[in-house]
Write a protein that binds this ligand. Structure first.
Ligand SMILES: Nc1ncnc2c1ncn2[C@@H]1O[C@H](COP(=O)(O)OP(=O)(O)OP(=O)(O)O)[C@@H](O)[C@H]1O
Length: 376
């Protein structure tokens, strides 16, 4: 990795000096800060050895906390989920490595407008826009949206549904399929009622929780079956080693599960129906990507007994809206328990981590605001 000593680097060095020099007076002058001016952007913190700094995770996040606050709002730092120790090109051994802090100039901007306007500049078959400057690659097929009541989960889901309704198979002649499971018969159910193309699963008035869950499991089993059929077909027709079901021109399938906690409410985690549910969801989360089967879960809290670890750990896109504190981050962002980044305030805001090979860590998020006339 390479960087340049730009004006902001002087500023960061001064900030670091004044914080760190109290603890270790010899730190001053024993490091250099460079700005990485090519993608992936950010900053390099390069200590000159010998140094009294130990380059470990604690030091990394300590420096992250200092830099990220000091450069905001001119720059936004992304909080990596692990320490980033990188090789610095063309340096002597004493300065041949440094900490890399990913970040970008300015702040990413919330979209405010009609869906048509928001998506106009994007190829939805490649990426899903969430903010101006923040998109999710379509290879990220598993999403979890969590947050306290009123934080904007349902609103975020409606936005994603509007996006999904514009997705098709490779040839563009078959729309994406959506299966909406809404045990609370709330926003998701009401939205699906107006969109006949969505397959809606809601409890009947006479259903006991286990009756509804049995129907949900049957639907999920059918999705898993379709996943296996697609994999078999892909195996037969493809000569490529790395590919996905776009090659066989099938449309993406989205399983949307609104408020996961209410699906198992009142049932023991050891019951057959609950175990079946977790098994089917785990299979979809683990194996769905190649067969274009996507999973979107919302949950007020992503506790282990609500979203079991094997499912949660497969989630490529993790969104936490609303209140961000130690209690709320611990399930989706365990590495963030100490030192929180700065979320942007307001409705539908929080933090996001995207695991699509193009993002480095946790960043602030403000979900789009859809202006009247097109919100459906
Ligand atoms: N991105 C946004 N832009 C504008 N308004 C928003 C946004 N996100 C949420 N809101 C507004 O905030 C309020 C609460 O949002 P929402 O109903 O989605 O929360 P929730 O997390 O689903 O709550 P609950 O868990 O109680 O169902 C709604 O009035 C919604 O219109």
């Amino acid at each position: 990795m390479q960087g340049k000593h730009t004006t902001i680097c002087n500023y960061i060095e001064n900030v670091l000096d004044s914080v760190l020099s109290d603890e270790a007076s010899t730190i001053k002058q024993s490091y250099l800060v460079l700005e990485v001016i090519k993608e992936p952007y950010g900053f390099l913190f390069i200590p000159r050895y010998p140094t009294n700094l130990v380059l470990n995770t604690d030091t990394y996040y300590r420096i992250y906390d200092i830099i990220s606050a000091a450069v905001f709002p001119e720059y936004t730092c992304v909080r990596p989920t692990s320490m980033q120790l990188v090789e610095v090109d063309g340096e002597q051994l004493a300065t041949a490595r440094g900490f890399y802090f990913p970040g970008y100039k300015g702040k990413k901007q919330r979209f405010v407008g009609t869906i048509t306007k928001i998506v106009a500049d994007y190829d939805l078959n490649k990426e899903i826009p969430l903010m101006r400057g923040l998109t999710v690659g379509r290879n990220a097929t598993t999403w979890i949206i969590s947050g306290n009541t009123g934080s904007g989960k349902s609103y975020a889901l409606r936005y994603l549904e509007e996006i999904i309704s514009r997705l098709t198979n490779q040839n563009g002649d078959e729309p994406a399929q959506v299966i909406m499971i809404d045990p609370k018969k709330s926003d998701g159910a009401r939205y699906a009622k107006k969109h006949s193309e969505i397959k809606l699963l809601i409890p009947e008035d006479s259903d006991r929780p286990e009756d509804f869950l049995t129907r949900v499991n049957a639907e999920l089993a059918a999705v898993v079956n379709e996943m296996q059929l697609r994999q078999s077909k892909l195996y037969e027709v493809s000569n490529k080693i790395s590919t996905d079901a776009n090659e066989i021109n099938v449309p993406p399938i989205f399983v949307v599960l609104e408020e996961m906690a209410s699906l198992t409410l009142g049932l023991a985690s050891t019951s057959r129906q609950v175990k079946d549910l977790y098994r089917e969801l785990e299979l979809i989360a683990l194996l769905g990507r190649e067969s274009l089967i996507n999973l979107i879960i919302t949950s007020q809290i992503a506790r282990n007994d609500i979203v079991p670890i094997p499912i949660r750990s497969q989630m490529n896109v993790r969104i936490l809206l609303g209140r961000i504190d130690k209690a709320t981050v611990q399930y989706l962002f365990p590495s963030m328990i100490d030192g929180l980044s700065i979320p942007i305030g307001g409705l539908g805001t929080g933090i996001i981590e995207i695991n699509d090979g193009k993002h480095y860590g946790i960043e602030p998020l403000a979900m789009p605001t859809i202006t009247k006339g097109e919100e459906s």
